[in-house]
Design a protein around this ligand. Structure first.
Ligand code: SF4
Length: 362
């Protein structure tokens, strides 16, 4: 699984692209004119480890808010990348350039105003601001829809003139995104579009997201399938999980998707069997206790298995193992080696933690 090679793009405290960690993004949902409320949400997102925060800038008043928020983030030394999300108005996009690390425009809503886009690119180049060409399947221009329909080719053609202008202007701080609300369409479109852009030398970093995923378990499943498929294809340099919930909830989901795809690790990794009639201890409470004590150990993998029937085979690549050995008894493993046998169940979690701690010291 090779990561799609991209150029590097600087957005505030981060550089994104294939040489760098995949960054986690979210978007505020507070009224943009309410700076205090928006700052509170940005702080909550930052504490949840959001790295890139996007704000809607629908009008002139919101530009003033953006300016104040940029100043507060600088004063409070909060290392988060600030992105202005602009639709419809090239003049608003232009006005945001000095106050954001990146400005996102939607080519479908830019009304093919290529003169304004050239001005935007020149200003971005002067100020060191990145630009995201963020295509949404639901807001392609009428002309593109009539000519190419509503698929990957339409998204590709919608992006191309903007990238050609940026290229002609010698501007390479561009980011791409191609979003849709349908999981299958999102995956198919990316697989169609990105190779064509890369072939033309437009190998810019890619922001991944599934729009309107909804909420709860189903919203998370849809996001995980769409983004997971593309991440496993090697695509994606930033991710945003879009949930119809408090945006703070999006961050842990994004990190878990990255971890499940083996792309970025933010906590220990676990393998645990579902248990069955052979399990002779309370695996749910044991697993919960082990996770509580070890989640901070980024980079290690712990297996919790109900018995030996499939135990060793299934946990082959784990660093440590907790395996049921009989009624009330547990065997503990380091790699594939059984290092303690028949430990009474009530002591086994503590003994496992000792083995982990000793391995980390030695
Ligand atoms: S590892 Fe053992 S206890 Fe767990 S599900 Fe498999 S057979 Fe059942």
């Amino acid at each position: 699984m090779i990561r799609r090679p991209t150029r590097s793009v600087s957005i505030g405290p981060f550089t994104i692209g294939s040489e760098h960690p995949i960054r986690v993004q979210s978007m505020t949902n507070t009224p943009p004119q309410n700076v205090a409320e928006t700052m509170t949400q940005i702080r909550q997102l930052y504490e949840a480890q959001c790295e890139i925060i996007r704000l809607s800038i629908p009008n002139r008043q919101a530009i003033l808010s953006l300016q104040k928020i940029q100043r507060q983030l600088q004063n409070d030394k909060i290392p988060i990348a600030l992105v202005a999300d602009v639709h419809f108005s090239p003049s608003i996009a232009l006005a945001c350039i000095p106050f954001a690390h990146k400005v996102r425009i939607n080519p479908g809503n830019f009304n093919e105003n290529f003169t304004a886009f050239t001005e935007l690119i020149r200003s971005a180049k002067r100020e060191g601001t990145a630009i995201r060409i963020g295509v949404n399947g639901g807001s392609l221009s009428k002309k593109i829809l009539e000519k190419y329909g509503n698929g990957g080719e339409a998204m590709y053609q919608s992006t191309l003139p903007f990238l050609e202008i940026a290229d002609a202007e010698g501007f390479n701080q561009m980011v791409l995104s191609f979003k849709a609300s349908d999981v299958g369409a999102t995956v198919t479109h990316h697989r169609e579009i990105l190779p064509k852009l890369d072939q033309r030398g437009f190998n810019f970093p890619l922001h991944l997201g599934l729009t309107e995923a909804g909420d709860g378990v189903y919203g998370r499943i849809k996001s995980a399938i769409a983004m997971g498929s593309l991440l496993l294809d090697g695509m994606g340099d930033t991710v945003r999980v879009s949930l119809t919930e408090n945006p703070v909830q999006e961050i842990a989901v994004a990190y878990d998707i990255l971890q499940a795809c083996g792309k970025r690790f933010h906590r220990a990794e676990y393998i645990a069997c579902p248990s069955c009639g052979r399990t002779q201890f309370d695996i749910q409470s044991v697993f919960a206790a082990i996770k509580e004590k070890t989640a901070h150990l980024v980079g290690i993998k712990i297996a919790v298995m109900g018995c030996m029937v499939n135990g060793l085979g299934e946990m082959g690549d784990a660093d440590f193992g907790y395996v049921g050995a009989g009624p009330g008894k547990v065997n503990l493993y380091r790699r594939n080696q059984c290092v303690k046998t028949n430990i009474p169940e009530q002591n086994a979690v503590t003994e496992l933690l000792k083995i982990i701690e000793a391995s980390r010291i030695s």
